[in-house]
Design a binder for this molecule. Structure first.
Ligand code: F6P
Length: 407
């Protein structure tokens, strides 16, 4: 017996960086959609690129059997955006093609599993392309607005905590400082949570700019008091006080320049037709230049710079461990499997009711739809007065801005 459904066919894709739990979520959406509501489920390969290239597979309940516990995504993923896709060596807006393929496959709603970038891309497809979308919040960074937690975060937290535990024993034996770099993009959720769980002595996150002299004094004082090792958990996006100031000045400057150029652009637009090819390509140029949020460039890890400088100031032997993509690999924790199953089945229920253009978030123990407009383009950061920060300080953790020994 199947229940009534206002949706008969869905497309499902995974986009952005992979994480444990994606397969559990694909399984939950697919099984509930088919078993309970008799929907057709089309898997779209490699995120939005697969949508544009119309690479799909037909998903049946049997195909998603046995994937609850596996890492990665059976659909494959990519960081491509529909409106700025590299095609034949050029950045092109492929929205029309993507929408055409949604219709060609008779998809009533496109279900997108992804992080912050995916929320924006999905909303754009709805607003510009007019198609129905639904999203599920995935990322180890936990930086998606409108949900208490994202799936993949708990698994990454467990991996990072295990790593800190292991670093403790070797740091103690050698009386060293070990700087452990943890992912999280521009937020400190993962580092702060793992740092607390692993008992890191200092935790440096992007939301609290650090002063290395303060950290160095703290390490020396710890040593004077008999603790001959220290573990520093540093977020990949952490910034020093000086860099934070520089960034602020730069963005103030950019805001001014943007205002200037928008004035100039308005003047030019008056003079030029919108169909002028030159004005179209300049619009593309503007898009690619200013939207760097989803770019992940290869740079020297911050942990190396911090360890080198701390060793210079304190004279204490320092080492670096950058956890990198290990944090995104392997099997999901019980909590992530449980969360994905709840979010995915809730998504199927909402689709059956004809609820579209929402993200299914996790809010105070319940899975709830939240309008995509309230989520997309926003980054959930750690507030400075978050209870986790209060707790970390109360157990004597240095947060990089002041020494716990001074208070
Ligand atoms: O968004 C997830 C994440 O793992 C971030 O923590 C990290 O900054 C980024 O992705 C790494 O991206 P990539 O896998 O493209 O190197």
């Amino acid at each position: 017996m199947t229940s009534e459904s206002k949706t008969s066919c869905i497309g499902i894709l995974t986009s952005g960086g992979d994480c444990p739990g994606l397969n559990a979520a694909i399984r939950a959406v697919t099984k509930a959609a088919i078993n309970e509501y008799n929907m057709t489920v089309i898997g779209i390969l490699d995120g939005f690129r697969g949508l544009v290239e119309n690479r799909t597979i037909h998903l049946e309940a049997k195909k998603v059997s046995g994937i609850l516990t596996t890492g990665g995504t059976i659909l494959g993923t990519s960081r491509d955006k529909v409106h700025k896709m590299l095609m034949g060596g050029k950045i092109r807006d492929m929205t029309e093609v993507a929408v055409e393929n949604v219709h060609r496959n008779h998809i009533d709603c496109l279900v997108c599993l992804g992080g912050g970038g995916t929320q924006k891309n999905a909303l754009r497809l709805h607003q510009v392309g007019g198609i129905n979308v639904m999203t599920l919040p995935k990322t180890i960074d936990n930086d998606v607005e409108g949900t208490d937690t994202t799936f993949g975060f708990d698994t990454a937290l467990q991996i990072a905590t295990d790593a800190i535990d292991r670093l403790h024993t070797t740091a103690t034996s050698h009386h060293r400082v070990i700087v452990c770099e943890i992912m999280g993009h521009k937020t400190g959720w993962l580092t702060l949570s793992a740092g607390i769980a692993g008992g890191a002595d200092a935790i440096l996150i992007p939301e609290i700019p650090y002063d290395l002299n303060v950290v160095a004094d703290y390490l020396l004082e710890r040593r004077r008091r008999g603790s001959r090792f220290s573990i520093i958990a540093v977020a990949e996006g952490a910034v020093s006080v000086e860099d934070a100031k520089g960034q602020e000045e730069q963005s103030a400057g950019e805001r001014l320049t943007a205002e200037e150029s928008s004035k100039n652009l308005k003047k030019k637009k008056k003079a030029k037709s919108v169909n002028d090819p030159a004005s179209v390509s300049s619009a593309w140029g503007r898009l690619t230049a200013d939207d760097t949020e989803d770019n992940h460039l290869v740079v020297e890890p911050i942990s190396s710079r911090i360890a080198r400088r701390l060793q210079e100031i304190t004279g204490i032997d320092a080492r670096v461990t950058s956890l990198g993509h290990v944090q995104r690999g392997g099997i999901p924790t019980a909590f992530d499997r449980w969360l994905c199953t709840r979010l995915g089945t809730k998504a199927a229920q909402l689709l059956a009711q004809g609820v579209y253009n929402v993200m299914v978030g996790y809010d105070s123990g319940l899975c709830k739809p939240i309008p995509l407009e309230q989520v997309a383009g926003k980054r959930k950061i750690v507030p400075n007065d978050h209870p986790m920060i209060v707790s970390a300080r109360l157990v004597g953790t240095c947060m990089g801005d002041k020494s716990p020994f001074d208070s």
